[in-house]
Write a protein that binds this ligand. Structure first.
Ligand SMILES: NC(=O)c1ccc[n+]([C@@H]2O[C@H](COP(=O)([O-])OP(=O)(O)OC[C@H]3O[C@@H](n4cnc5c(N)ncnc54)[C@H](O)[C@@H]3O)[C@@H](O)[C@H]2O)c1
Length: 561
């Protein structure tokens, strides 16, 4: 039976068959022959997902001081049903990821169609042609329970498999740069032995030239700049690998303006990444308790944080929305905690804050369901069977990445409480975690398994028409700060909904004027960390009473005269 990979807008691509591999390798060999004549270095980027696709374009766009293109990049992607379509997108010069950054699409188009410095392929034989291999495949952390990161493990299968395949194909002179976020110790204690063993089997005496440099990419408005114009940290497994990785990164990354830090050993580069993300996860988690404090004591946490941020030492304090999703922050600390025992062999338990922070972040979104329930209750509407619209499925503003988004937990909890959910997101065509919940992210690790009555969610589709999505809703949850939601006017929201509804603000999206207007229109408003809404509600009520009194008095006077 023929298998297909379907891209987000529905186009189907037949997966390659055995005969296609040889033809594809011949195509690559011819291109590479020509590219070498142009003096270009051949770089294979393995895994063209959120990181690899844009990294591949950044490398392919590299020019020397005279403006000559110096690299030819082959984006290599395994031909799975989920990802094979990305190869076709790239080869048409189109980005396989959706982003707000206006640089992404023109850069990919330029490299594929004008500079002819980028192509994509499914065959591992591409590795035979590489001078440098950049590894951007995933390394997952699989959690076995909700809100307990310790009950889980690192899943390195894709990475280990990739390293084995790389070692089977590359020349001993090829630099292998691991950019994947890994459990600290992986480059030296997992990758090196795997590759060395394969090299020895191939009769290669030289040690693999391995290096690590992590990505700090932020998909969003500054997607490209967060790869190219940003500070890097790197380290090689030996002197030769160290020199090679520094040379490569100095050529492709803007290290003149963003100087690079070279560390002595890959475990230091790997640990830097894990600490960086654990730090961020921790400062976000720490605000969860203050968010509840604010809600219960009339405090607007948004304004409090703005006041604190003025102080330069505290300028990076950030409001946690409905959970801290994305691929990285929910898992990276787990990779570190896991590595301590399973790579380095320690039996004691030194980690307290890192796992706790992840656990708090992983369950924060559940509180949104409580706020929705309470807002509807204040309007004398039961949550069960209520029509609820969630605005935003992705984990952060202006991107289409839904991995581990807080919104998923909101949808799942409200569904098990009996509500009918709708979702709108201008950046997400298919919410695979929901739509394909029995297969994605894998058949065993959907968050579905932590909630009851989830089957009907497979039929939930992301709406693109906001007016239609809002029509007849009892509640709307502002879950993500997409630019499309920031200027929504309360009068038009209520009009599109067909009457007053419950409004839940998860991300400080509503200013006080809007909150007031919603109350004036007969809505109920609640928000994460927004304890002051009660004051606004009381004010609107008082103003209404005053107005009624004035009307009554006027009426009374009229009847006397
Ligand atoms: N997404 C981010 O914002 C971000 C930021 C910083 C670091 N990172 C790290 O970068 C790494 C990659 O993340 P991502 O978001 O791009 O993941 P992703 O899942 O979007 O991409 C990984 C890609 O690798 C492919 N792949 C897996 N095995 C392969 C193989 N054997 N051969 C070829 N391709 C293979 C997958 O099909 C997929 O397309 C992760 O370690 C992640 O933690 C991600």
């Amino acid at each position: 039976m023929k298998q297909y990979s379907i891209c987000p807008d529905g186009e189907k691509f037949k997966l390659p068959e055995p005969d296609d591999y040889e033809k594809e390798y011949e195509r690559l060999k011819h291109i590479v022959q020509d590219q070498r004549k142009l003096g270009r270095e051949i770089v294979v980027v393995m895994g063209v997902g959120f990181v690899g696709a844009v990294m591949a374009a950044v490398v392919a766009d590299t020019e020397d001081e005279d403006g000559n293109t110096t690299k030819f990049v082959i984006g290599m992607q395994r031909p799975s049903t989920r990802s094979y379509w990305k190869i076709h997108m790239l080869n048409r010069g189109l980005p396989p990821v959706q982003a707000e950054d206006p640089e992404v699409a023109p850069m990919i188009h330029r490299c594929v169609n004008e500079k002819k410095s980028l192509t994509a392929t499914f065959t591992y034989d591409a590795l035979k042609l590489a001078d440098v291999v950049v590894v951007d495949v995933q390394c997952d952390y699989l959690k076995e329970s909700l809100g307990n990161v310790r009950d889980g493990r690192t899943d390195m299968n894709a990475l280990e498999k990739s390293l084995e395949i790389i070692a089977e194909h590359i020349s001993p002179e090829t630099l292998v740069l691991i950019e994947t976020t890994v459990a600290p110790g992986t480059t030296e204690q997992v990758a090196y032995p795997i590759m060395r063993k394969v090299f020895r089997k191939r009769g290669i005496e030289k040690d693999p030239l391995l290096a690590h440099s992590f990505e700090r990419v932020m998909p969003g408005k500054h997607y490209v700049a967060s790869i190219r114009d940003f500070w890097r940290v790197c380290s090689g497994i030996n002197e030769e690998a160290g020199n090679r990785v520094v040379k490569f990164l100095e050529e492709v990354i803007n290290t003149k303006e963003y100087p690079m830090t070279v560390l002595n050993r890959p475990i230091e580069s790997e640990t830097a990444k894990i600490i960086e993300n654990s730090f961020r996860a921790t400062i976000l988690a720490f605000l969860d308790e203050w968010s509840l404090f604010a809600e219960r004591n009339g405090v607007d946490l948004i304004k409090v944080l703005e006041a604190i941020r003025v102080r330069p030492t505290h300028s990076n304090i950030i409001f946690p929305g409905p959970g801290i999703g994305g691929y990285c922050l929910p898992k990276d600390g787990g990779l570190g905690v896991w590595a301590y025992r399973h790579i380095h062999g320690f039996e004691d338990d030194i980690f307290k804050i890192t796992p706790l922070a992840i656990d708090i972040n992983d369950t924060r979104a559940l509180h949104v369901a409580q706020l929705t329930r309470d807002a509807l209750r204040n309007m004398s509407r039961p949550l069960a069977a209520a029509e609820i619209l969630l605005l935003g499925a992705s984990y952060r503003e202006d991107v289409g990445d839904t991995r581990y988004s807080g919104s998923e937990l909101v949808v799942r909890r409200l569904t098990e409480m009996g509500a009918e959910l709708r979702v709108h997101d201008p950046y997400v065509q298919h919410w695979w975690e929901i739509e394909k919940q029995d297969e994605y992210p894998s058949s065993t690790h959907s968050l579905k398994r932590f909630f009851r009555s989830q089957d009907k969610l497979s039929d939930l589709r992301v709406e693109q028409d906001l007016k239609q999505a809002l029509s007849g809703t009892d509640a709307v949850i502002f879950a993500v700060r997409h630019k499309h939601y920031l200027d929504l006017n309360p009068d038009s929201v209520v009009e599109m909904a067909g009457g007053p509804l419950a409004i839940i603000d998860c991300f400080g999206i509503l200013d006080d004027d809007k909150i007031k207007r919603y109350f004036e229109l007969g809505c109920e408003v609640k928000g994460l960390g927004r304890g002051h809404v009660k004051r606004i509600k009381d004010q609107v009520r008082a103003e209404r009473e005053e107005m009624l009194l004035a009307l009554g008095a006027k009426h009374g006077t009229d009847s006397v005269t």
